[in-house]
Design a protein around this ligand. Sequence first.
Ligand SMILES: Nc1ncnc2c1ncn2[C@@H]1O[C@H](COP(=O)(O)OP(=O)(O)OP(=O)(O)O)[C@@H](O)[C@H]1O
Ligand SMILES: [Mg+2]
Length: 378
Amino acid sequence: MSTTTANLKGAEGADGAGGENEAVFSVRNLWKVFGPKAERVPGDAELAALSAAELRERTGCTAAVRDVSFDVRRGEVFVVMGLSGSGKSTLVRCLTRLIEPTSGTLSIDGEDVLAMDKSRLRALRRHRAAMVFQHFGLLPHRTVLDNVAYGLEIQGMSRAERRAKAAEVVAKVGLEGLEGRRPGQLSGGQQQRVGLARALAVDPEVLLFDEPFSALDPMIRRDMQEEVVRLHREEGRTMVFITHDLNEALRLGDRIALMRDGRIVQLGTPEEIVGSPADDYVREFVRDVPREQVMTVRRAMRPADADEARRGAAVAPDATVSEAIEAVARTGFAVRVMDEGRCLGVVDHERLISVVGGGAPARPPRPPRSPRARRRNR
Ligand SMILES: Nc1ncnc2c1ncn2[C@@H]1O[C@H](COP(=O)(O)OP(=O)(O)OP(=O)(O)O)[C@@H](O)[C@H]1O
Ligand SMILES: [Mg+2]
């Protein structure tokens, strides 16, 4: 699909040009096909071009991940989003070869994951990329503390050392006082915190989350999302986060890969995805998002004339349109977009309304590609 290629190129150009050390995971042309003689599918142009249903009919195979390429950059929250069955879990399990990819290349910190032997792979899963699952996967007969210490135990850490480390992490995720309980004596949210603590305890380079909060009720879910944002802010840990919930994706993601039928149909910041959907599918997906909470004034502004550049209320380039609306409503005038004392442009009533109404502002300036996009929907 041409839009996919264009989007990937746009988002990845800088990485390919020498920012190698910036990428934690680097994935190129990855396929996972389930079914008989799966390996013939990626290399066969005709089969590879079939829709999921046609492929299933012709070959009995399911292409869960199709020709996917992306980098997960150091320190970012990389969200994989898509409807049920779009290939999210398969893709993320391929990263540590919990599922064996059919073809393509895959590396972590420049090291070829597909070439790793059993012991390297075990080390990868235990130390470098820890997974937090939807159904917690806690050991029912163990206490909270021993569940959290479990990963350290299989690493061979001494009992005293691992219990000390576990206690530290238990406190970090807000479970102090519950160390001696068993999972059955905890609420769903508390159990999920134990799952999170267990993954954190091994101090992994990357945390992989497969829809960890989808079993939680909305309030607790919100709490856990804030917990993830907080941990990310405090520790800058790289995270890959699967969800089929758009709001969760927008809240957590620095960048979002939107999957459909095994392909990434768009990869970009929440603002790029909401502001410039790659195709009708994405447009439909983001239709109900309150644009003013996602779009920034950097995209909505227009050049300031000399007079406007000198006075008026000021907002930062990363301020949301919603924040600017407040400022315009308060002052009655256009608001300046200021960056280190420089006026980049202004947003007035008309620009702001056009964003809220869904009209793209005329020729929006290209947003900068920062690996640490700001967090939104605080
Ligand atoms: N072991 C398997 N054998 C055959 N097909 C599989 C296997 N695992 C997954 N699939 C198929 O691959 C596709 C992608 O599945 P996957 O679990 O990755 O989707 P998902 O996006 O995680 O969905 P959900 O949101 O429901 O968890 C689906 O069509 C699924 O039926
Ligand atoms: Mg899944």
